[in-house]
Every structure is written in C-alpha cells, then in structure tokens.
Write a protein that binds this ligand. Structure first.
Ligand SMILES: C[S@@+](CC[C@H](N)C(=O)[O-])C[C@H]1O[C@@H](n2cnc3c(N)ncnc32)[C@H](O)[C@@H]1O
Length: 170
C-alpha cells in the first residue's frame, strides 16, 4: 500500500516534469528561437534572433556549411554541442535523434547517412514535431522523419544523436 502511494507520487512528479518541459519547448517551438540548454539566468549568451542561433552554433562546433545546409527555422539556437560531428555517421546507416526539436541535428544526420540511410527524430513536444515537419517540407533533405512517440520496435539504429546527451553508438 505504502509502495503504491510512493509510485503514484513519483508518477505525478514525472507528469509535472513532462508538462513543464513541454511548456518550455512548446513556447520556443512556437516562437522560433531558444536559449540553448543553459539556465535562463546563466551568464552564457542567450540567442533571441535567428541570426544569433547561427552565431551560437558556430561557437559550439557547427561548421558554416552545417548552419546553412538546413532549412530556415530548423536551428533554434538550442545548442550545447554538435552530436553529429562526433557520431562518425556513415552513408546508409539508421539513426535516432532523441529530442530532435525543429530538426537541426536530424537534417544534418540525414545528410551524413544519405538517401540510403534513415534518421528518426523523436520529440515529446507537439509544437516541435510540427515545426520539424514544416521544415522538412521546405526542400529535399535526404531521409529525415520526426515523430512524437518512440521509434518503431523493429528499427535497428546504428547510433543515436542527442543534443546535450551526446552521440551514442548502439
Ligand atoms: C535542447 S532541445 C534540442 C533540440 C534539437 N536537437 C536542436 O538541436 O535544435 C531539447 C529537445 O528535446 C525534447 N525532449 C526533452 N526531453 C525529452 C524526452 N524525454 N523525450 C523526447 N523529447 C524530449 C524537447 O521537447 C526539446 O525539443
């Protein structure tokens, strides 16, 4: 009984965390710019314009080609590192981008794995999913997809990229 009550409390706490994360990133998704992964009160630069997102991305390891090869609106300045650069992706691989946002790293990973590869962007914030889909519709960017749930069970990714969690070979 006590155990059940503890589990219920934890579930409620987790729901509150999810709600808060969705609200935070939902606003950024709707507004179209962010503040990186740092706390809003930190001393690091806080981009608020699309141009600032490019400056921030260049400062944390994205090349000029990276920032200009994705659709406008995919880079929201939410960076704290460049996971695609350290993932050593190869053509034809399948990759999951966890916490894909508006698709910045998803599009870069799609370019790295090419048309024979597949990138699944996964995000818990509906505004981000819809932003990523709008961005995908802006042109031809390889084979990126974005969804709100978990990747399909039968997917066998070679790796996972995730801003703030780094790149992982599976
Ligand atoms: C710092 S942003 C990075 C977005 C994107 N990768 C980029 O580089 O622009 C983090 C994203 O992860 C999503 N997110 C956070 N926790 C998540 C989780 N547990 N499952 C799925 N998405 C999550 C948020 O909704 C948000 O869009």
């Amino acid at each position: 009984m006590k155990q059940q009550r503890i589990m219920k409390t934890n579930e409620l706490e987790l729901d509150a965390v999810r709600k808060s994360v969705r609200e935070h990133y939902g606003k950024i998704g709707s507004r179209g710019s962010g503040y990186g992964c740092r706390p809003a009160s930190g001393s690091a630069p806080k981009p608020s314009l699309p141009g600032d997102a490019v400056t921030l991305s260049r400062a944390i390891g994205y090349s000029a080609e990276d920032v200009h090869s994705v659709p406008d609106g995919a880079n929201l300045g939410l960076g704290c590192g460049n996971p695609v650069a350290i993932a050593s992706l190869r053509p034809g691989q399948t990759v999951v981008d966890l916490g894909s946002g508006a698709g910045f790293d998803t599009f870069l990973a799609a370019k790295a794995v090419g048309p024979e590869g597949l990138v699944i962007g996964v995000d818990m914030t509906p505004e981000m999913i819809s932003k990523a889909r709008q961005n995908k519709a802006k042109g031809s960017y390889g084979n990126p997809g974005t969804q709100g749930g978990l990747p399909p069970d039968d997917l066998q990714p070679a790796g996972a990229v995730s801003r703030c969690f780094g790149a992982h070979r599976i």
